[in-house]
Design a protein. Structure first.
Length: 95
């Protein structure tokens, strides 16, 4: 089986959904449940609440921040593109 890493973005508005998604992966993904999960927060991990950070870390999630131009945050889906680029770069380095 190829190496798999789940990677997605979670900003302040999606942080509760991020915890739900990770719990779902860990509970229901079968043989893929223990694959690495990376969560990317725009600008700073501190944008996520301390409670959410603790919950994600307890689920063995790696937290990353990514740089993005503040003006780009106003464009729908732009942050997801920046997060994806960061995830691809990190995955390439770990391959």
């Amino acid at each position: 089986m190829e190496k798999l890493v789940y990677a997605f973005m979670a900003g302040p508005d999606e942080q509760e959904q991020a915890v739900i998604l990770v719990r779902s992966i860990r509970a229901f993904a079968g043989e893929l449940a223990e694959c690495p999960i990376w969560v990317f927060a725009p600008l700073s991990i501190e944008k996520l609440s301390n409670v959410v950070q603790e919950q994600l870390l307890a689920l063995n999630v790696r937290l990353f921040s990514f740089a993005i131009e503040p003006e780009a945050l106003g464009f729908t889906l732009a942050a997801k593109v920046y997060a994806s680029a960061q995830a691809e770069a990190l995955a390439k380095d770990e391959a």
